[in-house]
Ligand binder design. Structure first.
Ligand code: ATP
Ligand code: MG
Ligand code: MG
Length: 587
């Protein structure tokens, strides 16, 4: 593969810069603190922080906290954490709410300039004014649109002072509602301020009963923070006109010019199919849900669906906290996202494509270990103390990853159940009665002589002898019994049986019937070679571009794993499989 081109130095992002080639580039990443970030947000972070970095500028992390009912402390903390995990340091952490006073003043100013009016129409009435359900009926103004400026000012202050309940009054921008030639719904007198019932705000407390809308807030805060390039996703394309309209009305921008004030441009979202990214849907997976279904006879039945994952950072999810916990290296994720490129088109990828990129990255960066998921003990009966050894094995047989470790080898070893068959066959090359197989890095192969089973017919132990003569066809992995470290290993598979879970029935709970019962496989009795502690130290002294301190390794012939940072405690190690070794692993 060729070296990835610098996405900031060419194409769409280059053109965005050339449209406004300023010396002091200032960008912002403006999440609403109402949920955990997902993989799509990694693109927004890469674009905004990366663009600033490329041009030696600065990027703000701005919490767009204008919707108090949905905001919680944990999201604020988690978002900053994830930005840093991806390797970026915000120039400043700011909040839209920092500017509530100034925004309010500007709302009054807008009224004074005849650019806004207080309206008391119902939502249904406003929809009719805007051309009805399909926006095609003639648009018209209500009587509030032409009320005297002084009256709007008085009413806006009354809104502020709590005279109105939610829905009883809005401040609306006086845009082009009545211009029959204005085809852009973003110009049909959008709300600027609304009364909010559950109005206790995380930062401003009980001070405000009215809150500004996105359309009023975003462009103005961009202007306050002197953002040069305000990049957002294409669903805001139509908003560009209202963005500029408001800035021009309040003298933050000059019509048809990008010299003064911020410039909004829109890039395509990153969408990942094969998983669920919608907050509401993930919430159903995390918390479970009860759905009501109308039956044909008019009765209503309820169905309770239990949680299907443990938390928002469950490694099966594609939230960024989940991907981090699963062991995806930040650097790998970031280069993957950048490598997809940035244009104004939607980028849609399958989860498999991300997994492939992660696999490629890990192959070059992490040490090898022998991990046995489902162990059977093998006793090599004719081994003498002389045959016992402390082997020195490189972390990577190809030598790409430097270093080596000492591995004990004794008379008893564990092999994986999948490497043994009770009956041999011609097309089978691993261990079976009277069959010779090699053990990785051990001087001699072994040959199975007999085995025993428990009452359920499960093989419990194998007896073997040293084999001499010809070189074995196959080598299998093993772990020395005397020094083995018990671990719990978890493997992850898709959450849903279908490749398109977004197309499932999310209204009446049908999605729950498509859940993959084997999305997590837990091996409670797995063993790994001694020395995970050493691996941890080794890793810390030689970071592989990761900006976390997770311990990652390739388990030979199994997959890539990391030590779960939360569930590993009291001396018991829990491993998460990051990705399988090869793509074709069954679901
Ligand atoms: P969601 O509804 O999926 O949570 P959002 O747009 O409500 O997303 P915000 O918190 O507003 O989330 O997002 C912050 C920034 O991230 C915005 O600029 C938004 O455009 C961008 N963003 C959100 N989702 C994606 C995505 N899938 N791809 C690229 N950028 C995204
Ligand atoms: Mg949003
Ligand atoms: Mg949203």
């Amino acid at each position: 593969t060729t070296a990835p081109a610098n996405v900031f130095a060419e194409g769409w992002l280059k053109r965005v810069y050339e449209e406004k080639p300023v010396k002091n580039v200032r960008t912002r990443f403006p999440p609403e603190p109402n949920g955990f970030l997902h993989i799509g947000h990694a693109k927004a972070i890469a674009v905004n922080f990366g663009f600033a970095k490329h041009h030696n500028g600065v990027c703000f992390l701005r919490y767009d906290d204008t919707n108090p009912a949905k905001e919680e402390e944990i999201y604020f903390t988690s978002i900053l954490d994830i930005v840093k995990w991806l390797g970026f340091e915000p120039y400043k952490v700011t909040y839209s709410s920092d500017h509530f006073d100034k925004l309010y003043e500007l709302a009054e100013e807008l009224i004074r300039r005849d650019g806004a009016y207080v309206c008391h129409c119902s939502r249904e009435e406003v929809n009719r004014q805007r051309g009805g359900p399909d926006n095609r009926a003639p648009r018209y103004a209500c009587e509030h649109r032409t009320r005297p400026i002084e009256e709007s000012l008085t009413e806006f202050r009354a809104m502020r002072d709590g005279k109105y309940k939610a829905g009883e009054a809005y401040l609306r921008m006086k845009q082009s509602l009545t211009d029959p030639n204005e085809g852009n719904p973003q110009m049909w007198d959008l709300p600027a301020y609304r009364v909010v019932e559950k109005n206790h705000h995380h930062r401003t407390g009980d001070r405000w009963k009215i809150y500004p809308t996105y359309d009023f807030t975003h462009c103005l805060v961009d202007a306050f923070e002197e953002i040069s390039h305000s990049m957002c996703t294409t669903e805001f394309q139509q908003s560009r006109v209202s963005y500029d309209w408001l800035l021009e009305k309040l003298d933050y921008k000059v019509a048809k010019s990008e010299e003064k004030g911020p410039m909004q441009r829109e890039y395509g979202r990153l969408n990942v199919t094969g998983t669920i990214l919608s907050k509401r849907r993930i919430q159903m997976l995390v918390e479970g849900t009860t759905v009501e279904k109308k039956n044909e006879d008019g009765t209503v039945s309820t169905r309770t669906i239990p949680p299907s994952v443990r938390n928002w950072d469950d490694p099966r999810l594609y939230t960024l906290v989940a991907l981090r916990r699963r062991g995806i290296p930040a650097q790998a994720l970031l280069s993957f996202v950048e490598g997809l490129g940035v244009t104004d088109a939607l980028t849609e990828i399958q989860t498999l494509r991300l997994e492939n990129a992660i696999r490629k990255h890990l192959e070059r960066t992490v040490p090898r270990q022998m991990l046995i998921l489902d162990p059977i003990k093998v006793i090599i009966e004719d081994m003498t103390p002389d045959d016992e050894a402390e082997l020195t094995i490189p972390y990577d047989p190809k030598g790409t990853i430097p270093g080596e470790r000492k591995v004990a080898f004794g008379r008893e070893v564990y092999i994986d159940r999948s490497d043994f068959r009770e009956e041999d066959s011609l097309d089978y090359f691993r261990l079976a009665p009277n069959k010779v197989v090699g053990l990785y890095n051990v001087a001699f192969p072994i040959c199975a002589t007999s085995f025993s089973k428990d009452e359920n017919g499960k093989v419990t132990q194998i007896k073997a002898v040293k084999a001499s003569g010809e070189k074995p066809k196959t080598y299998i992995q093993w772990v020395d019994v005397a020094t083995a470290v018990p671990v719990t290993a978890r493997q992850y598979f898709p959450l849903f049986k279908t490749d398109s879970p977004n197309a499932l029935d999310w209204k009446s709970g049908g999605w729950a019937d498509d859940l993959n019962p084997n999305s997590e496989i837990v091996y409670d009795n797995a063993v790994i070679e001694r020395g995970l502690e050493g691996l941890r130290k080794e890793h810390e002294s030689k970071p592989s571009g990761a900006s976390d301190d997770l311990v990652r390794f390739q388990a030979l012939r199994t997959g890539y794993f990391c030590i779960d940072p939360v569930d590993s405690k009291d001396g018991k190690v829990v491993l998460n499989q990051i990705v399988s070794l090869r793509e074709d692993k069954a679901k």
